[in-house]
Design a protein around this ligand. Structure first.
Ligand SMILES: Cc1cc2nc3c(=O)[nH]c(=O)nc-3n(C[C@H](O)[C@H](O)[C@H](O)COP(=O)(O)OP(=O)(O)OC[C@H]3O[C@@H](n4cnc5c(N)ncnc54)[C@H](O)[C@@H]3O)c2cc1C
Ligand SMILES: *[C@@H]1O[C@H](CO)[C@@H](O)[C@H](O)[C@H]1NC(C)=O
Ligand SMILES: *[C@@H]1O[C@H](CO)[C@@H](O)[C@H](O)[C@H]1NC(C)=O
Ligand SMILES: *[C@@H]1O[C@H](CO)[C@@H](O)[C@H](O)[C@H]1NC(C)=O
Ligand SMILES: *[C@@H]1O[C@H](CO)[C@@H](O)[C@H](O)[C@H]1NC(C)=O
Ligand SMILES: *[C@@H]1O[C@H](CO)[C@@H](O)[C@H](O)[C@H]1NC(C)=O
Ligand SMILES: *[C@@H]1O[C@H](CO)[C@@H](O)[C@H](O)[C@H]1NC(C)=O
Ligand SMILES: *[C@@H]1O[C@H](CO)[C@@H](O)[C@H](O)[C@H]1NC(C)=O
Length: 493
């Protein structure tokens, strides 16, 4: 009787439920990490209004849906990073590694009151022109790397925006104008020093932990933190210079532009040519326009021959010049990418998809739809379609089986950029961006939505980001190297 009564009481009071683990306070975490990390490391409470701003932690580019932190840490050494990961593992604490802070997926805001593991001290660049390799720290920016490589007479695939973290970009692939020659950045990765979700410090390459090496090249941020990475680099093409041709086409010419672009797909696109397009509403030009940005990796005279069909359309604005390889991110799209993409604190809603064909009627339809719907809505005029069309040559140099990077057959990597000027506009901008993405999907050449992981919104299925074919293998790798799922805040598999 007594026993039964106690049982009833126990049930009623919920005492049989597992004891809730009290979350550690920021104070406790900071105190513990301060005691463990080497003296060159920084550990601060983000609530410390004097110390935190003074330590220059890497700001986030996109503050629309950011993660939040109670503690910010800058480890000095790889073993310090290992201690933070082990601490998180043993104490059920949450952290996110920060490279250059340009990851913008909406998935990031699932991390609240976590630890910022800022890799800012891992900023070294070593270039070996004889071995044709470079070894860089886990947070080196694309711009810093580019100027060092150019000075050494070398080059590599860079992204369009110079302020992104090169390691961060390459762990998801990393694409840009020189992908037509060299494929995604991840194809040039030779080895990495990484701290896994089990807290192990490993050297990873095609001969050491090759299974993890495969995963690092396209899905890397799911398995650990890379403190040092070594890549193949290439002697500068054309003396380290390229043609940059920028032009603006009035809306009336949109169909002609898409038609010529559709002619440049597959083997018709010379490996030296990268096509960038940006369709947006410009009230001063009376509606939708198409901005075009061509990079030709060779002499200007040869480049102009290749883009002659576009020149024949007589764009409203034209500027053709020869620029140093490392300056491309500063000058492309009339400097717009450097200006917009290097200023932290944007309210940005990403949407994106891969096109496997150029469907001219579909593009005309979407273009006309935007022209009609944006005329009376100034807020939504911050939504634009950006298309990157790189030559197939570079993507075909390595077999699909060599890495997690799943998108070697993409014709155009499309972003529907949703830029708001204040947070109240975010819902409308997001809704419209999604609508445009869905309309473009009809002409994508694939039934299922597929998109490049770094351009993703974060609300897509993992199969859309990593491909249905590769996902099971990546999930098996996850169980092996990050069973506690410490690395799951950014577009998780
Ligand atoms: C304006 C702009 C332009 C862009 N243009 C391009 C482009 O042309 N081509 C392209 O491919 N991408 C482009 N991107 C996307 C870019 O590749 C991603 O945003 C990438 O995540 C940037 O890395 P980061 O270190 O700056 O970001 P962070 O936000 O610091 O990191 C993003 C994710 O990667 C992880 N991470 C970063 N560094 C490491 C590391 N060393 N080890 C383990 N995990 C790490 C982080 O933990 C996080 O999960 C662009 C982004 C922006 C904002
Ligand atoms: C803030 O940081 C400074 C410098 O590290 C430290 O001296 C001070 O005690 C901190 N303040 C609080 C409230 O933790
Ligand atoms: C770990 O922490 C999360 C919240 O941060 C909590 O939901 C979860 O129950 C904790 N797990 C354990 C085993 O304590
Ligand atoms: C990784 O390789 C580097 C360079 O060869 C070496 O110095 C380091 O000790 C290795 N680390 C581990 C954990 O094996
Ligand atoms: C796009 O091109 C088509 C075909 O030439 C044309 O009918 C349409 O008006 C153009 N759209 C805009 C917004 O100018
Ligand atoms: C497409 O390419 C073919 C062959 O190179 C060429 O004859 C034709 O004029 C091109 N069409 C357009 C619209 O550029
Ligand atoms: C595009 O929008 C502008 C501005 O509203 C309008 O003047 C123009 O007629 C539109 N073009 C087409 C083809 O509908
Ligand atoms: C043309 O582009 C180059 C490279 O960005 C730039 O230096 C130059 O000033 C531009 N010329 C004009 C007239 O805008």
């Amino acid at each position: 009787m007594l026993t039964l009564l106690s049982l009833v009481l126990v049930l009623a009071l919920g005492l049989l439920q597992p004891t809730p683990v009290c979350a550690l306070t920021g104070q406790q975490i900071a105190f513990a990490l301060q005691a463990e990390l080497s003296s060159g490391s920084e550990v601060v409470l983000t609530s410390n209004t004097s110390a935190y701003p003074a330590k220059n932690f890497t700001p986030r580019y996109n503050i629309a849906t950011p993660p939040t932190y109670t503690v910010a840490v800058k480890p000095a050494l790889a073993v310090d990073v290992q201690k933070v990961v082990q601490y998180a593992l043993h104490n059920n604490a949450s952290f996110l590694a920060t490279g250059s802070g340009h990851g913008y997926s909406t998935s990031l805001d699932r991390l609240q009151a976590g630890i910022d593991l800022d890799l800012g001290f891992f900023n070294s660049i070593e270039i070996d022109t004889v071995a044709k390799t470079m070894t860089i720290g886990g947070s080196v920016s694309s711009n810093d790397l580019a100027s060092a490589l150019q000075a050494a007479g070398m080059e590599a695939t860079l992204g369009q925006c110079g302020c992104i973290g090169y390691p961060g970009a390459s762990l998801g692939g990393g694409i840009g104008p020189y992908s037509g020659l060299y494929g995604p950045m991840s194809d040039s990765l030779l080895s990495a020093e990484i701290i896994t979700g089990r807290g192990q410090l490993l050297n990873v390459s095609s001969t050491q932990h090759p299974d993890l090496f495969y995963g690092l090249k396209g899905a890397g941020f799911n398995f650990g933190v890379a403190t040092s990475l070594t890549y193949r680099i290439y002697p500068a093409t054309n003396g380290g210079n390229a043609m940059l041709a920028q032009m603006i086409f009035p809306g009336a010419l949109n169909q002609s532009v898409w038609q010529i672009v559709s002619n440049f797909t597959a083997s018709n696109q010379p490996k030296e040519l990268a096509i960038g397009l940006d369709a947006r509403y410009v009230a001063a030009m009376g509606g939708m326009v198409v901005m075009a940005n061509f990079i030709y990796i060779g002499p200007q005279s040869a480049g102009m021959k290749v883009i002659q069909p576009f020149l024949d359309l007589k764009p409203a604005n034209l500027n053709i010049s020869t620029v140093a390889w490392a300056d491309i991110p500063f000058k492309a799209f009339y400097g717009g990418i450097a200006e917009g993409g290097c200023t932290a604190g944007a309210y940005y809603v990403p949407h994106s998809l891969n096109l496997y064909q150029i469907d001219v009627p579909n593009l005309v339809e979407v273009f006309n739809y935007m022209n009609k719907t944006l005329a009376t809505n100034e807020v939504l005029q911050g939504v634009a379609i950006a298309m990157q069309q790189y030559a197939q040559y570079g993507f075909q140099l390595q077999d699909a089986k060599t890495s997690a990077w799943p998108y070697r057959d993409v014709v155009s990597f499309v972003q529907i950029d949703g830029v708001a000027t204040n947070p109240s506009q975010l819902p409308a901008v997001g809704k419209y961006g999604r609508k445009i993405r869905d309309r473009l999907h009809h002409g994508s050449g694939r039934k299922d939505l597929q998109t490049y992981v770094h351009f993703a919104n974060g609300n897509e299925s993992p199969a859309a980001l990593y491909s249905a074919a590769k996902l099971p293998g990546l999930r098996a790798l996850k169980r092996e190297y990050d069973p506690a799922r410490l690395f799951s805040w950014y577009n998780p598999i």
